[in-house]
Design a protein around this ligand. Structure first.
Ligand SMILES: *[C@@H]1O[C@H](CO)[C@@H](O)[C@H](O)[C@H]1NC(C)=O
Ligand SMILES: *[C@@H]1O[C@H](CO)[C@@H](O)[C@H](O)[C@H]1NC(C)=O
Length: 224
């Protein structure tokens, strides 16, 4: 038992940061366990930008990005609400709704979310298109050792997964910055051109741990 545990830990540590350029995580199955845990740099954020690309055919609610701190399981999450057909950023347990984006199934979609604690304004960029800037919460930072999870939504710090909110599909190019990117940087991210990689999460040097059936595969490009 002990040896297995030690071996498991060695594998997790030996991996180190990996360059996942051109790769994606495939979440092929409905479970309340399979997930990828990402190791962030930093644990006090007065502002952020988080960007990810995802591909799914789900016709129910699902999570796209879940960051919990010891203070708050919903410190930062990006959620698709199928009933109201809207993307919902949640920050510090507050949420706003962005209705009726063109969230077609079986297509890659880039979603970037920005926020700063001074103005309290949140904004999403859906496939490079800006949305209305809305007030969500201000005056306090996202603070405390973050647990960041792809594939499952945390209802508790690092757990409390709901099988009916799990993500099934592919995810790629996950980056997080501790500041707000310019619109040109976001455009470049969306178009897969040059941009400054995330300084909190960097897809090109990602510290992560896979739990359960999640695969690292080559990203599929459409052949023209
Ligand atoms: C997580 O990141 C921190 C800071 O970058 C590093 O010190 C630590 O070893 C990392 N942990 C794992 C499990 O990779
Ligand atoms: C966007 O990408 C182009 C082409 O690679 C590059 O010339 C430009 O400097 C980039 N803009 C930003 C803001 O990084």
């Amino acid at each position: 038992m002990k040896l297995l545990l030690v071996l498991g830990m060695l594998t997790a540590c030996a991996a180190g940061p990996q360059d996942l350029s051109g790769k994606m995580f495939t979440f092929p199955q409905k479970t309340n366990t399979a997930n990828v845990r990402l190791n962030a740099s930093g644990q006090d954020f007065s502002a952020f930008t988080v960007c990810h690309r995802s591909f799914t055919d789900l016709k129910r609610n699902h999570i796209l990005f879940s960051l919990a701190t010891p203070n708050n399981a919903n410190d930062l999450l990006v959620f698709w609400d199928e009933v109201n057909k809207e993307i919902e950023p949640h920050i510090r347990d507050q949420k706003v709704e962005y209705g009726k984006p063109d969230y077609k199934p079986n297509m890659w979609h880039s979603i970037c979310t920005t926020w700063d604690s001074t103005s309290g304004l949140v904004q999403i960029w859906f496939n490079g298109q800006p949305s209305t800037r809305k007030y969500i919460t201000s005056g306090s930072n996202i603070r405390g050792n973050p647990i960041i999870i792809l594939g499952q939504e945390q209802d508790t710090y690092g757990g409390g997964f709901d099988v009916n909110q799990c993500f099934i599909g592919m995810m790629s190019d996950v980056h997080m910055w501790d500041y707000i990117l310019s619109s040109c940087e976001i455009q470049n991210y969306t178009d897969e051109l040059n941009f400054t990689p995330g300084n909190v999460l960097n897809w090109k040097a990602l510290n992560f741990q896979i739990v359960g059936r999640v695969l690292i595969e080559d990203k599929q490009y459409t052949c023209h």
